[in-house]
Every structure is written in structure tokens, then in C-alpha cells.
Ligand binder design. Structure first.
Ligand code: 4AD
Length: 558
């Protein structure tokens, strides 16, 4: 007689081959598993439950089928096992061969052929003029392509350009060649030759290497540059790794264009007779309202990071005439928009003895002349073409539009507030409707005559309507406001009144007020956000891309 332990139970409805053990309470799912468990013991019975009728002895045919299936299963498993082992053996052999090859590679040493002419050190930008001569170039491995055992193509980058270098034969067999990784620094010696028709490389030439060495190896594997900086990474990760992102073609093109644009601004001011000044960043006065001041402790006194150098520029007019500055301005803006930074490069200018219309003309002249200068400079024109293909300089004259007409425009074009109501005269036009209007008009706008109540305390009121000011914002498609400017109050009494209205203590502003005491004059100026100008010119989605290391709410690193 068999004991109950000699019965193996299979429940095709609720059993499990993984967690069951063949008892009635924990049955298997398949007869195959039961056959496996019986281990060829013919005394063991198998009972199967297929439906509500309960466990029944397995039929002869079913048992035969299960035994056959088990044999088949075991045969397959064995084969898989054998295959796996074979693969592992092959991998181990390959690794061993590679290790041997690497070990061997260490013994391959390149030496410079002393009979060749001495290699002259150049930067990549000097490549074209150095063709045919033996040169020495150092840089970072921007891209790397290995072609067979005897040829490697390296695109070298040194910040001044990109250069294709070809390594051949023994040069590809050294330990450093085999383990070379992107972003490693290397020095190459050789001759730059023009490429034949049909082949492409930067500047249409390549350096045929006769000697090279590694200066600093970058990691490969998981820590490799290309695994760290990927185009699909999320923006916050990219900002954490901005120091690496900057090496990319787009980010570096933006920075290069930025440097050229700044040069063009300076050249413009130089040609128009302005003097550059360098005002302080640490101040004890506000310009654009207390809400966005960054405060800090200055040897026990309250001080701020400057919001604008305007007040200081005004004080320079009597000694230097028209002046400009390019300085960092700081705004504690909680807004997380694509055009707000906490620290930005602020280009500001101030002019004496001018009318409001003359100031608007000067602004239009600034923007158009700077664009003309940039487009006339071939390398910069190419950068703009790379970043903003099809860019067309804006046509003159710019559209001049009064704030009151903008309010009307918003109504006529059904541009509303979130609550569905229209903007009314006297209300600030925020970023979204401003951009909706600018994008629709699709050309630069000089938006003028803002109500005094929504503008800074120092702005000159219009003679014929004291409710509005001689003020201007320059609006550009895709970005919106890139410039804010105005004529300044030049009457001392009126300015003292304005402080009072704004709740500002006039005492720390004595030097600004004095400006109206010792020879006042009509004067005005403006501030241009360099990152916003660049976002427009280079068609960048956000000003953050136009700043070296952007600062905004929640980010002050790297
Ligand atoms: O309109 P704003 O606040 O004007 C002034 O500061 C004046 N005191 C300038 C002057 O007349 N000298 O700022 C001028 C420009 C804006 O049009 C914008 O382009 C830029 O500075 N700007 C910012 N850019 C980036 N992030 C911010 N948080 C900015 N705030 C202003």
C-alpha cells in the first residue's frame, strides 16, 4: 500500500510549478513537474485536478505525454547550459587575448622622426594658413572613429576650431591608441593637407599624423563623457553638468557668438563716441523696486547686489558725456520663466541733452548697427547660420507703438487674461500676452508711453499727459522685452516728490539727487538684457542657454 506521501498532486487550475511542492495543499500546475518530482519511481501515483470534480489518477496517455515532455525539456536545458558555457569560454578567451594585446601594446613606443622638419605649434584656427607645413596641435578628442586595425580618425577640438587628424599603422597600435577615449587631451604632429573633392572635414582639410601622444586620458566605460552628456538628459541634470555640456558644439557656438556680440556692442559705442565705465555691483540704493533686491551684510551695514547701473551712469554724464557699461545685474525674481535670470549681463547706456525721440532713434541705431556688424563678420555670421538658420536682420524703422495702443491691440486680437477678462489701461502687460502680441506682429516693436503708476520712480512724465512716461520697452518676436529705457526726471523737486510717493528714503540717494542740483539736463538711457538679446538672435528657447553658468531660483551651482 502506498502512503499518502506517495501521491503527487497536480492542480491545473490553481497549482504552481514554482511555489508548489506536490502536496494536496500546495499542488503543482503541470504533470511534467510531477513526473520530475517522482524521479522514475513507479510506486508514486500522480493525481490531477482539471475541474471542480477534484483529483483523479492521471490517465496512461497523459502520463506518457508528460514523461516525453520532461525528457525533451531536460534535453533543451542541457543544450542551453552547454551553449552558455561555450559563450563564456569564448568571452574569457577574447578578454585574455585583449589583455595580452594591451600588454603587448604597452611595449609599442612611438618615437618622433628627428629627420623631419621641426613641428611648429599652432592653434586649430591657424590650420588653413599652415597647410603643407609640419605642425604641432594640442586639443581634446571631440570625436573618435576607428577604421580597422590600422586607421583612426580623431576630430580634435582646441576651442579655436575643429581639426580632423588621421592616425595610421603603428600609431594605432599603442596602448594609448587602443584605449583612447573622447575628451582625452592629445598632442599631434604632422602635416595638414587639403582634402580631395568629395571628402568632408572641418575647413576641408586633415592633419596626417606622424607622431602623437596623450596629455591626459579621459575615462571610458560607464564614466565616459558620451555616457554623461546625452542630448535626451533632463534639463536639471544638464545644468548640473554644464561644465561638460559647454564642450558641445551648440553650447560652445552660443558662447562664441556671445563674445562676438559683446565685441560688436563695444565697437558700436566706440564708433558713436560713448565712454565705457565700470560701476559697482555692491550698492545701497535700489533702482527697480525693493521686491527683487538681493540683500547682504556689508561690514554690518545693509547692502544690495545692484539691479541696474543706471543711477551711476547718470552721474557720469557731466564728466564723460555719453556713457555705457556692461555689468552683471541681479534680480531676486521668483519667476521661473524662460527669460528670467537672477544674475544677468546688463548693457546700459545713458545720454545727455537728448529728446525722447532721439533716444528711440539711438536704440534702433544700436540694435541695427550691432546686427550689421555681426553679419559682416564672416565667422560670426556662420555661427548665427548654424544656430538660427535663415536669420534675417530686422527691417528699419521698427514699429513704434504706444502702451495705450497695445492695450487696444490685445482687445482687438482677443488676447485676454487667464480669467477671461481684458487688460485695461493702467495694468502691467505680463510676459505671456506681451509675447503673444509680439509674435503676432512678428517684428521689433518700440513700445512707449507706459503709465507712470506702473513704472520706476525716476521716469520722466510726458509734458502733454502727466499720467504717462517717456518710457520704452523694445520687444522682439519669441522673447518679448529685451530692452527697458526712459527719459529721467531732471527736476530736483519732482524727484524728491517721487521718492516720497515710492516710500524711498532720499538720504542714501543724495548723490543721485545732486545730479539735478549741479547743472541738470534732459537725459535718458536704457538697459539691454544681453542673454535676452542672444536668445532672440540665436533662436534659443531660454536665456539660460545664453549664460555661461546661469543663476535662477534654486540654482547657484556649478
Ligand atoms: O526693464 P529693466 O528692469 O530696466 C532697468 O533696469 C533700467 N534701470 C535700465 C536702464 O534704463 N538703464 O531691465 C532692463 C533689461 C530688460 O529689458 C531685460 O532685457 C533685462 O534687463 N532684464 C533681465 N534679463 C534677464 N533676467 C532678468 N531677471 C531680467 N530683468 C531685466
Amino acid at each position: 500500500m502506498s502512503s499518502p506521501a506517495d501521491i503527487i498532486y497536480v492542480d491545473e487550475l490553481v497549482g504552481s510549478d514554482e511555489t508548489g511542492n506536490g502536496t494536496q495543499t500546495a499542488p503543482f500546475k503541470t504533470a511534467i513537474k510531477a513526473v520530475e518530482k517522482s524521479d522514475g519511481d513507479n510506486n508514486v501515483k500522480i493525481q490531477v485536478k482539471k475541474d471542480e470534480e477534484g483529483f483523479k489518477d492521471i490517465s496512461g496517455a497523459a502520463l506518457k505525454k508528460a514523461k516525453k515532455s520532461l525528457v525533451e525539456q531536460q534535453r533543451k536545458a542541457k543544450k542551453q547550459e552547454e551553449q552558455k558555457k561555450k559563450q563564456e569560454d569564448e568571452q574569457a578567451k577574447k578578454a585574455e587575448e585583449e589583455a595580452k594585446a594591451l600588454e603587448h601594446a604597452k611595449s609599442i613606443v612611438l618615437t618622433e622622426d628627428e629627420t623631419l622638419p621641426k613641428a611648429e605649434k599652432i592653434k586649430i584656427r591657424q590650420g588653413v594658413e599652415s597647410r603643407g607645413k609640419r605642425v604641432k596641435v594640442s586639443g581634446w578628442v571631440h570625436r573618435l572613429r576607428v577604421q580597422g586595425k590600422d586607421m583612426m580618425f580623431v576630430i580634435l577640438r582646441d576651442g579655436s576650431g575643429y581639426l580632423q587628424c588621421v592616425l595610421t599603422g603603428k600609431q594605432c597600435h599603442t596602448y594609448d591608441a587602443i584605449t583612447l577615449s573622447v575628451e582625452s587631451t592629445i598632442t599631434v604632429h604632422g602635416v595638414i593637407n587639403a582634402l580631395p573633392e568629395g571628402k568632408t572635414a572641418p575647413d576641408n582639410h586633415e592633419l596626417v599624423v606622424d607622431y602623437w601622444y596623450v596629455v591626459g586620458k579621459a575615462p571610458g566605460g560607464d564614466d565616459a563623457f558620451n555616457n554623461k552628456v546625452t542630448t535626451d538628459a533632463d534639463p536639471s541634470y544638464m545644468l548640473d553638468n554644464r561644465h561638460l555640456v559647454l564642450r558641445g558644439e551648440t553650447a560652445s557656438a552660443v558662447l562664441k557668438a556671445r563674445a562676438e556680440v559683446i565685441k560688436a556692442f563695444r565697437a558700436h559705442y566706440e564708433s558713436r563716441g560713448y565712454t565705457e565705465v565700470t560701476p559697482p555691483c555692491m550698492v545701497q540704493t535700489q533702482v527697480e523696486g525693493g521686491a527683487t533686491l538681493f540683500e547682504f551684510n556689508y561690514y554690518g551695514e545693509k547692502a544690495y547686489l545692484t539691479q541696474s547701473s543706471q543711477l551711476y551712469l547718470e552721474t557720469c554724464l557731466p564728466s564723460l558725456g555719453d556713457v555705457f557699461c556692461l555689468a552683471e545685474s541681479y534680480r531676486a525674481e521668483k519667476s521661473h520663466t524662460r527669460r528670467h535670470l537672477s544674475e544677468y549681463s546688463h548693457l546700459e547706456a545713458e545720454m545727455a541733452f537728448i529728446s525722447f525721440d532721439e533716444m528711440l532713434d539711438a536704440l534702433e541705431d544700436l540694435i541695427c548697427d550691432v546686427i550689421d556688424r555681426i553679419m559682416a563678420h564672416e565667422p560670426t555670421r556662420k555661427l548665427i547660420e548654424q544656430l538660427n538658420p535663415g536669420f534675417q536682420p530686422p527691417a528699419r524703422p521698427f514699429l513704434r507703438m504706444k502702451y495705450a495702443d497695445a492695450i487696444k491691440y490685445l482687445k482687438d486680437n482677443d488676447i485676454k487674461k487667464e480669467d477671461g477678462s481684458f487688460y485695461e489701461f493702467g495694468e502691467d502687460i505680463p510676459e505671456a500676452p506681451e509675447r503673444a502680441m509680439t509674435d503676432k506682429i512678428n517684428r521689433p516693436i518700440l513700445l512707449t508711453h507706459f503709465p507712470a503708476d506702473i513704472k520706476a520712480f525716476y521716469m520722466q512724465k510726458c509734458d502733454d499727459d502727466r499720467t504717462v512716461t517717456e518710457s520704452v520697452d523694445v520687444l522682439m518676436p519669441n522673447v518679448g522685452e529685451i530692452v527697458g529705457g526712459s527719459m529721467r526726471m531732471n527736476d530736483r523737486e519732482e524727484l524728491l516728490e517721487a521718492y516720497k510717493k515710492e516710500g524711498i528714503d532720499p538720504a542714501p540717494y543724495y548723490w543721485y539727487t545732486d545730479q539735478r542740483k549741479y547743472g541738470t539736463t534732459p537725459h535718458g538711457g536704457y538697459g539691454l538684457g544681453v542673454e535676452r538679446f542672444l536668445a532672440w538672435l540665436l533662436n534659443r528657447y531660454t536665456v539660460r542657454e545664453c549664460s555661461l553658468y546661469p543663476r535662477f531660483t534654486g540654482r547657484c551651482t556649478p
